[in-house]
Design a protein around this ligand. Structure first.
Ligand code: PMP
Length: 395
């Protein structure tokens, strides 16, 4: 076989092997073992039946041919209205391209905001695909490290320094954040916005968890003065509407950027299936009640988890402000996040994600996905705390 490209064979270079815990847990489940899986960020419910009926009806009514590459007009309009209503920024259908979920949006925006060799900044800890996405666009990924002590918020001065050193063309942020649950406050966003203006960077803002806010407010940086012209927002129906498998999301960007992204979509996806788009439109038209109903179990479980963690000292708690995750600091056990996760899986059949799978800044932490029913989640947390306590005493 002729040689494969460096681009594709080095996609995951430097990626953590922390996903081994996840795969081992899945293997144990396949062997019939009772494992409490608190690993991946997927709802424990399927897509609402009414949305599936809309999808079915749309398909039967003929929406099975090629759909418009930028997205069907009513969906682009509904998304523009949604963005305008939530952010106050004037937004039209021309600012929106429908994508096959947030992930292709991340790739498209990185292809659009820099040429091969142009560095791309991202904040560590990060959603696992980020560096690989940048490499797929031939953009050297450059991590902006944060720390638990600084609530995992990025320091704008560090972004500025790294941007200058690397010659970066874009910076990617994610609020509410996966894996930390941090919601960026206004002053953090203001400072980041200022750097993008000073250094003429694109801001790529991954807002796929914008309906999952437990504390504070979600602010889209696109709404800050002067930022609508240099911001590309990644949106998705995956988390807000429990439509992970339907693969439908969007990019909101300046009109001229959307025109270029449409050219890119023409040579990549050639659009998103029409029946999926019609189902997404139906889901949006269902309004807030549906979205709130989907977010509510995570809010409840986050509260239950925090209550179960109160008063103990075996693990530190990063009090999730949004998104379906909770980070715990297990450094007092003397173990890495990965060793802790491996040991917990062996001893108690509880699977969590090691912090190391999200970069270096979350080392010594673990991430819990709040995607298991309440009682099981609370009992898993109690077991986890008691388990961590045995190491603290041994130390
Ligand atoms: N961004 C973040 C932060 C995520 O956690 C995810 C999914 N876990 C995505 C983007 C991509 O999701 P999707 O492609 O399903 O929209």
């Amino acid at each position: 076989m002729p040689q494969l490209s460096d681009r594709i064979t080095t996609l995951n270079k430097g990626g953590s092997d922390g996903w081994e815990v996840f795969y081992r847990a899945r293997q144990m489940v396949a062997e019939g073992k009772d494992v409490i899986e608190l690993t991946i960020g997927e709802h424990d419910i399927g897509t609402d039946a009414a949305i599936l009926v809309a999808m079915h009806t749309a398909a039967l009514n003929g929406a099975t041919g090629y759909a418009m590459v930028p997205g069907i007009a009513p969906l682009r309009e509904a998304l523009a209205e949604r963005v305008a209503a939530r952010t106050g920024v004037p937004t039209t259908a021309d600012n929106i391209i429908v994508t096959a979920g947030g992930q292709p949006g991340l790739l498209a925006t990185h292809l659009a905001t820099g040429d091969p060799g142009d560095a791309a900044l991202y904040v560590d800890p990060y959603y696992a695909t980020y560096p690989g996405t940048m490499r797929a666009a031939s953009r050297p990924p450059v991590a902006v490290e944060t720390s638990a002590e600084a609530a995992f918020l990025p320091d704008a001065a560090k972004i500025d320094r790294l941007a200058v050193e690397s010659g970066a063309k874009s910076v990617l942020i994610n609020t509410p954040n996966n894996p930390t649950g941090t919601v960026y406050p206004g002053d953090t966003l203001d400072a980041i916005a200022r750097v993008t203006q000073d250094r003429d960077l694109w801001l790529i803002s991954d807002e796929v968890y914008d309906t999952q806010i437990w504390e504070g407010d979600h602010r889209s940086p696109r709404a800050l003065p002067g930022m609508a012209d240099r911001t590309m927002v990644i949106g998705s129906m995956s988390k807000s509407h429990a439509m992970t498998g339907s693969r439908v999301g969007w990019i909101c960007a300046p009109e001229a950027a959307v025109d270029a992204l449409i050219d890119l979509a023409t040579v990549t996806t050639y659009g998103v299936p029409g029946y999926i788009q019609q189902a997404a439109l139906f889901a949006l038209q269902e309004g807030d009640l549906l979205e709130t109903g989907i977010a509510t179990p995570f809010r409840r479980r986050r509260d239950l988890a925090l209550a179960a963690l109160k008063g103990q000292t075996a693990v530190g708690v990063i009090p999730s402000q949004g998104a379906m995750y909770l980070m715990l600091d297990v450094r007092s056990t003397g173990l890495s996040g990965r060793d802790f996760a491996e040991a917990l899986l062996d001893a108690h059949h509880i699977a969590v994600m090691p912090g190391e799978s999200f970069g270096t800044s979350a080392a010594g932490h673990i991430r819990i996905a709040l995607t298991t029913e309440d009682d099981r989640l609370v009992s898993a947390i109690e077991t986890l705390v008691a388990f961590a306590g045995t190491f603290a005493h041994a130390a």
